[in-house]
Ligand binder design. Structure first.
Ligand code: ZN
Length: 216
C-alpha cells in the first residue's frame, strides 16, 4: 500500500489539544436519531465550564457505554473535552449518587412520533453490534429531518430557518432555482410528505436532482 502524502506540512498540523476535565450533574439522557436511524444517547448536563467553554451535552455513544459507565440520571459525572470533539462522560462519581437513582434502561422504541421498535444492528459476523437503529426507516420523521438537513447541507439550496433545533413539524422554507431560473419555494413539511422533482443548476453546470419524496 502506498503511503498517502500529508495534505499539509507537518508544522501546519495543530498540536493535540490537551484534554480538559470537569465535574457536573446529569440532568437527563436524551436520544437523537441520525440520518441512518442510528440512535445516539447524549447526557444533558448542568452547564459547566470546561477549558473556557460552557458544556451542556456529553456523548454517551451507545447503550453499551451507558451500561459500562452505569450512568444514571442525577449522577455526578466527570466529563472530558478535547478540542472540538463533543465532550464525553468519563466516569461516575459514585459517592455523589443520589439515593434512589435508577439504572438507565435504553428505550425499546424510537423517540420519534411513530414509536417504532429500536433494533440492534448485527455486525458482519452476525454478532450483536453496538449501534441501535429506529426500524421505521424512511417513515421515521426524525430520519426524514436528518435527510433533509443532509440534503440542504450540500448547498444545493438556499435555506431559511434551518438550525439544529429543527423539529419535524417546523415550517422550514427551502428555496430552489429551477432550470429556467425561476426560484421555487417548498415548505419542509411539503418536502417530507409529497413527491417533488427539481432540476437545478450550480456553477454553470447542470446538476440534476430528483427529490422523490426526498426519502423514498
Ligand atoms: Zn424513528
Amino acid at each position: 500500500m502506498l503511503s498517502t502524502p500529508s495534505r499539509s506540512p507537518r508544522w501546519a498540523i495543530p498540536h493535540q489539544f490537551a484534554a480538559e476535565k470537569a465535574t457536573t450533574v446529569v440532568r437527563d439522557i436524551e436520544l437523537t436519531v441520525g440520518r441512518t436511524g442510528a440512535v445516539t444517547p447524549t447526557a444533558k448536563l448542568e452547564p459547566v465550564s470546561v477549558g473556557g467553554v460552557v458544556v451542556q451535552n456529553a456523548t454517551l455513544h451507545n447503550e453499551d457505554e451507558i451500561k459500562r459507565l452505569d450512568v444514571r440520571i442525577g449522577d455526578t459525572v466527570i466529563i472530558q473535552r478535547a478540542g472540538d470533539v463533543i465532550p464525553q462522560v468519563l466516569s461516575v462519581v459514585l459517592d455523589k449518587r443520589p439515593a434512589g437513582a435508577k439504572p438507565y434502561h435504553f428505550p425499546k422504541t424510537c423517540p420519534c412520533p411513530l414509536r417504532t421498535p429500536l433494533v440492534r444492528e448485527k455486525t458482519a459476523s452476525g454478532e450483536e453490534g453496538a449501534i441501535i437503529r429506529c426500524s421505521g426507516e424512511f417513515a421515521c420523521p426524525y430520519q426524514k429531518i436528518e435527510h433533509l438537513k443532509h440534503f440542504v447541507s450540500r448547498r444545493a439550496f438556499d435555506i431559511e430557518g434551518l438550525d439544529d433545533n429543527i423539529q419535524p413539524k417546523a415550517e422550514l422554507t427551502v428555496k430552489a432555482k429551477k432550470a429556467d431560473g425561476k426560484v421555487v419555494e417548498f415548505k419542509a413539511t411539503a418536502l417530507l410528505n409529497t413527491e417533488v422533482e427539481v432540476n437545478y443548476y450550480r456553477n454553470g453546470g447542470i446538476l440534476h436532482t430528483v427529490l422523490r419524496n426526498l426519502m423514498k
